[in-house]
Design a protein around this ligand. Structure first.
Ligand SMILES: [Zn+2]
Length: 492
């Protein structure tokens, strides 16, 4: 028999305005599900203990997790009593508390740390494994008042626990749209042309595609590079269109939120409950991958890597962005005019800033040197021009090999926001009047890790972790540029 509800819950539920389209699930189904979830029990004897969902240092805390089975794959078990049929409507939908729902973080049971078969309690937002008797989710529903509605994190199916019947209700669709951002090809095309404003639950408006990213410790470079790469239309379209391959709710599918693809989808999701999102699980995964591949690397080395936008960019181009897109979008070939016309393939063009002056000038101030980008590009001609040109000012930061101190080159680079000209190799060294390649700026990351990006409507936004501000085009060129992404607009 299903356990009895707490008194308070029933009284409140009677007044709820929950609306339901249809209810389903038979006696036998309900019992099968219970049996299935018996296998996924992790709480153990004595009941589950509450733990904070956003775990820090979870690598150390992680316990071995028992294997789990999906509810649907188990065989029928015997039962001696017949539970009553599930109600036609779920009376507890009014306890769904959307402001507490956050699917950006690692999807792991907050009690057993299991990753499989997890549900989100839609009242408190915590994640729990299983839904059969003795599972953390089931126990949570019994222990807490009004925590009855749960959503499966991999397929979006909703259940009322501990009664264990499936809820079919259109009012939960908005939650699914946050859990599984999806984009049709029409929507992707619209996002390419139109600035779309959306409203967060707290009433604030946010610009879809230019949302703030939570600050994750020692990952300053990740936020700025993610914001910059999200401007590359073809890469973005690839990430957004991949959302349609996902499960339609009938079959389980992993919904990883720790990939660049998932982060990109959340940045461009107009159904978000908040005007910002978190790269937390993505950064965790990046760090784990490095530790696996290079166990000898120190934590501080990994911190340095992801704090530095240029080092992060190189890591992304090697390990994160699909190789097909790196080759198709960023790969080009340079003709080195000052090196006997040697050719050099590249995915970014490394540019060297002139050395900063060592001595103070007569005004007792360090003169801040300036250099034009065109000057730095003079020794190069493009043999193969990529669609998106990445420029990196590689000696913006340098490390003294004896003292290990990092120093910054303060040189200001002057650059155009539109029509950056780069000569074609066919015209190099000759008096040919052929037109150069022409590029428009899409994103500019400065030495402080702020990324200023051009939105689809042509407006510029400065992003600094959670903060996003509109700026004028002429403000983009101020500051110490470090990494830039341009888009080709004209070829010879
Ligand atoms: Zn709860």
């Amino acid at each position: 028999m299903p356990p009895k509800r707490k008194r308070g819950a029933t009284v409140k539920a009677a007044s709820s305005k929950a609306k339901s389209i249809k209810a389903s699930g038979g006696d036998e189904d309900g019992d099968e599900d219970n049996a299935a979830d018996d296998d996924t029990t992790h709480a153990g004897v004595g009941g589950p203990k509450k733990k904070k969902m956003k775990m820090k240092n979870d690598e150390q805390n992680q316990q071995p997790t028992p294997t789990t089975k999906e509810d649907e794959t188990t065989t029928k078990t015997e039962h001696t009593c017949t539970p009553p049929p599930p109600p036609k409507t779920c009376p507890y939908l009014s306890f769904v508390n959307r402001p507490l729902l956050d699917f950006d973080f690692e999807k792991r049971c907050s009690v057993s740390f299991a990753k499989e078969n997890c549900y989100c309690c839609l009242t408190c937002g915590h994640f729990f494994a299983g839904r059969g008797p003795k599972t953390p989710a089931y126990t949570h529903a019994l222990e807490r008042e009004n925590h009855f509605v749960f959503m499966h994190l991999e397929n979006g199916r909703a259940f009322c626990l501990p009664d264990n019947y499936e809820i079919f209700d259109a009012s939960l669709e908005d939650v699914r749209k946050v859990l599984f951002p999806r984009f049709t090809s029409e929507e992707i095309k619209r996002l390419e042309k139109e600035a779309i404003w959306s409203k967060a639950l707290d009433g604030t408006e946010y610009l879809v595609g230019v949302v703030g990213l939570n600050r994750v410790e020692n990952a300053k470079g990740v936020n700025s590079i993610v914001q910059s790469l999200a401007r590359v239309e073809k890469l973005r379209a690839h990430f957004l269109s991949a959302s349609l391959i996902r499960s339609d709710g009938n079959n389980n599918n992993k919904n990883e939120n720790d990939t660049l693809q998932s982060l990109c989808q959340r940045i461009w999701n107009k159904h978000n409950f908040r005007g910002h999102t978190s790269p937390d699980s993505f950064v965790r995964k990046l760090r784990k991958q490095i530790k696996l591949a290079h166990p000898e690397k120190l934590e501080t080395d990994i911190d340095n890597l992801f704090n530095d936008p240029f080092a992060t960019l190189r890591h992304f181009l090697t390990f994160v962005v699909p190789k097909k897109y790196v080759d198709e979008l960023f790969r080009g070939e340079l003709l080195m005019l000052n090196q006997k016309n040697k050719t050099q393939p590249f995915v970014f063009v490394p540019l060297k800033l002139p050395d900063a002056p060592l001595f103070r000038d007569v005004m007792e101030k360090n003169a801040i040197p300036q250099v034009a980008l065109a000057e730095l590009l003079k020794p190069f001609a493009l043999k193969t021009a990529p669609e998106y040109l990445i420029l990196a000012f590689v000696n913006r930061f340098s490390k003294n090999q004896f003292t290990k101190e990092v120093s910054k080159n303060p040189t200001i680079v002057t650059f155009p926001v539109k029509n950056l000209k780069i000569q074609a190799s066919s015209a190099a060294g000759s008096n040919s009047n052929s037109n150069p390649f022409s590029y428009d700026l899409l994103a500019n990351v400065d030495s402080a890790g702020k990324a200023t990006v051009k939105h689809v409507d042509g407006n510029w936004y400065e992003t600094n972790d959670l903060f996003v501000n509109e700026v004028l085009a002429q403000q983009v060129t101020l500051g110490e540029t470090y990494v830039q992404i341009y888009k080709r607009v004209a070829s010879p």
